[in-house]
Design a protein around this ligand. Structure first.
Ligand code: GAL
Length: 443
């Protein structure tokens, strides 16, 4: 039976002591195993951890395999459970089922609000000792540090920062048709017309609700600017939904959709349309950049990446995190070693290069990143840059509010009978009804 009470101070202290004791024990073990083994002794078998995640595309698979290989080097076996479905829509349900039936995996991709929910139930291992030893506070981006900290405790290992406000465009097609890069909406509109006339799809599109919401939030930032985005999505001020910029974002969403082929399909198919020179532009998080590269497209030659028009200088982010789950304390020291290894600079760099995201660390050399990642990392690290949490990717609201807003935006996008102002009113009503003040990282 799962207790719904948040862990008491006593339990937290006990877990803290337990964590400290286990870390001391695992340090001793590590020191012992580093010593030359006595003649005839076999090397210790790798210690296995089940990892539940939703990385199933070509690039995601390769990124997970990279982690698997780096962990094997330190004697940890990544036992893979991958649940297909973009943005983890299916994986979140499988995870819930396993947790509630008392069969949690050792490690799970839990991000944003869902991570906090499970942490509140005491089901997520606190990684304060690992973070202290690895000096996460000194090396992590403060925004990531706040994101993995819940009620004063570190509750997940951060893997990478994705940027959502990214527009990928097919350079081969743009060059062939002598089109200017879609740096602003006027250039994007001209390109859309020329691409269509030449027989290409101007836009790669999918009607899957989370993909529609991903495009919409980028357009909301483009039309409303960071301050309004903050009011709408972070502060959730219902009155702000009446603003003209929200209506413009909704209408631009319909226009953008009209430039692609309709129908729900996985995001990987949209990426393939760009890779195969069938489509010209794609608004999608930079995991799509990782996918294009994994499909053999060259960044800067066959395709390129720009901030969505009107959003340069802002960073709309989604942070990928792996949580270590409680339940079986015998695996705690391996879970902690895994978290420490995932944070190491070489693992961060190798993984994020494949995944399309950027390292969560401040102490890397941005020159080592590709042009798209460099702009993302530099923008994310600028003290005065607006950093905005993604709604569609669970950074900004709980599941109930996220799903309700996403369904309304989706309905508007696919059903022409839905009026713009009526949709704005509906969004305001949902925000008013479902608003819960966010829990911050600090105690
Ligand atoms: C996001 C996640 C990315 C990528 C994407 C598409 O939520 O942060 O890592 O997997 O979904 O599924």
């Amino acid at each position: 039976m799962v207790s719904t009470a948040p862990p008491s101070a006593f339990h937290r202290r006990r877990r803290g002591l337990l964590a400290a004791a286990c870390m001391a024990a695992s340090a001793l073990l590590a020191a012992a195993s580093a010593a030359t083994p006595a003649a005839g002794t076999e090397p210790a078998p790798p210690q296995a951890l089940d990892v539940l995640h939703w990385w199933t595309s070509v690039s995601e698979r390769r990124a997970a395999d990279h982690l698997d290989a780096r962990l094997a080097e330190v004697g940890i076996q990544w036992r893979d459970t991958a649940i297909a479905g973009g943005a983890g829509m299916a994986a979140a349900k499988v995870m819930k089922g396993r947790l509630l039936s008392g069969r949690p995996p050792a490690v799970s991709q839990l991000i944003g609000a869902v991570l906090r929910d499970w942490a509140d139930l005491g089901l997520v291992l606190e990684l304060d000792g690992v973070a202290r030893q690895g000096e996460w506070a000194r090396t992590l981006f403060p925004a990531v540090q706040a994101h993995v900290t819940h009620r004063g405790h570190v509750v997940a290992a951060p893997l990478g920062v994705h940027r959502i406000n990214v527009l990928l465009y097919n350079r081969r097609l743009f060059d062939r048709l002598k089109l200017a890069p879609p740096q602003d909406w006027a250039a994007a509109e001209r390109a859309a017309q020329a691409l269509r006339q030449a027989g290409y799809l101007p836009v790669a599109w999918s009607d899957e609700p989370w993909q529609v919401a991903t495009v919409f939030e980028a357009l909301l930032l483009a039309e409303g600017g960071p301050a309004l985005y903050q009011r709408l999505i972070v502060e959730r001020d219902p009155d702000a939904y009446g603003r003209l910029a929200v209506g413009r974002a909704l209408e631009r969403l319909r226009w953008w959709r009209s430039l692609g082929s309709s129908g729900e399909r996985p995001w990987t198919e949209a990426a393939r349309e760009v890779a195969a020179d069938r489509a010209g532009m794609l608004i999608m998080g930079d995991w799509a950049k990782g996918e294009l590269m994994a499909l053999g497209s060259q960044l800067g030659e066959s395709f390129d990446c720009l901030p969505v028009p009107g959003t340069a200088g802002s960073h709309l982010y989604s942070i990928d995190t792996l949580a270590m789950l409680t339940g079986d304390y015998s695996r705690q020291s391996v879970q902690e070693r895994m978290a420490a290894q995932l944070f190491s600079a070489p693992v961060q760099q190798g993984y994020n290069r494949i995944k399309g995201s950027v390292p969560v660390r401040r102490d890397i050399d941005p020159q080592a990143l590709d042009s798209c990642a460099r702009d993302s990392w530099l923008t994310f690290s600028r003290a005065d840059a607006p950093r905005l949490p993604s709604l569609a990717h669970r950074m900004a609201a709980d599941e109930a509010l996220k799903d309700a807003l996403m369904a309304t935006v989706h309905r508007y996008a696919v059903d022409q009978r839905q009026g713009t102002e009526a949709t704005q009113r509906r969004l305001a009503t949902l925000v008013r009804a479902l608003h819960k003040p966010p829990v911050t990282g600090t105690p």
